[in-house]
Design a protein around this ligand. Structure first.
Ligand code: DX5
Ligand code: ZN
Length: 230
């Protein structure tokens, strides 16, 4: 499967969110990544379901909602109603993770679990088969524009193996510090979805051209890897 690209609106122009999602409509973006922060689980505050509902109306791609909040179970329906296609909660924020995952699925959304950089993938062994998505944080959550943590590559490969062993078809998503320097290696390690915020929105070429570059770069490197195997 060609990797999916999910630009993060955390790095978009908040004064022009309608224009930001409209200009992505015909871009290489597959999903729009929406980062929710509560100032408690992470030391930053972003946006909630009200803003999602407002921008969702103007967007063509599905919204991939990443909840970096405590007690996410209290807000799942609000984000579904606001337009979330997938909802990802943090392993570290959910003592009753199995119940939360079932709640997300009952709402009709794709259910994801995110792991902080220090959280081992092995902790997902008993829930992997229930998941639609696993998000590997490649920076500490809370802020855009941070440097990619190299151990993520090893972690993605280990997760890929665990999902195969559990017969899970969950997608592997990587979030934080993703650029053209690490995108192909992440896909090679097993990533299915790449989130990118500042690299896409702060590039001199602008988000549409940058996403097109990422898509072309990934297609070329996947083609080369397949030729090498053959
Ligand atoms: C970080 C967020 C990310 C963030 C990524 O806590 O979860 O989605 O937007 O931003 P970059 O790509 O700038 O690291
Ligand atoms: Zn995110």
């Amino acid at each position: 499967m060609a990797p999916l690209l999910a630009p993060s609106l955390l790095a978009a122009d908040y004064g022009n969110l309608q224009a930001e999602v409209e200009r992505l409509a015909d871009s290489a973006a597959d999903w729009l990544h929406y980062d929710v922060m509560d100032g408690r689980f992470v030391p930053n505050i972003s946006f909630g379901p009200g803003v999602l509902q407002a921008v969702h109306r103007h967007a063509r791609q599905p919204f991939d909602v990443h909840l970096m909040i405590e007690e996410p179970q209290n807000y799942l329906a609000a984000f579904r109603d606001a337009g979330a296609a997938s909802i990802t909660v943090h392993y570290e924020a959910c003592p009753h993770l199995h119940r939360v995952v079932q709640q997300i699925k009952h709402l009709g959304c794709r259910a994801g679990v995110a792991l902080n950089p220090h959280t081992p993938v092995g902790l997902l062994e008993d829930i992997a088969a229930d998941l639609d998505l696993v998000l590997i944080m490649s920076v500490n959550p809370g802020f855009g524009g941070q440097t990619f943590i190299p151990n993520t590559l090893r972690k993605v490969a280990a997760l890929k193996e665990l999902l195969d062993d559990c017969g899970s078809s969950a997608l592997i998503e990587v979030d934080g510090g993703v650029t053209l320097d690490n995108a192909a290696a992440l896909v090679e390690a097993g990533a299915d979805v790449l989130v990118a915020g500042s690299f896409v929105f702060n590039s001199p070429e602008g988000p549409v051209a940058t996403l097109a570059n990422m898509r072309a770069h990934l297609s070329a490197s996947i083609g080369a890897a397949e030729q090498g195997k053959g």
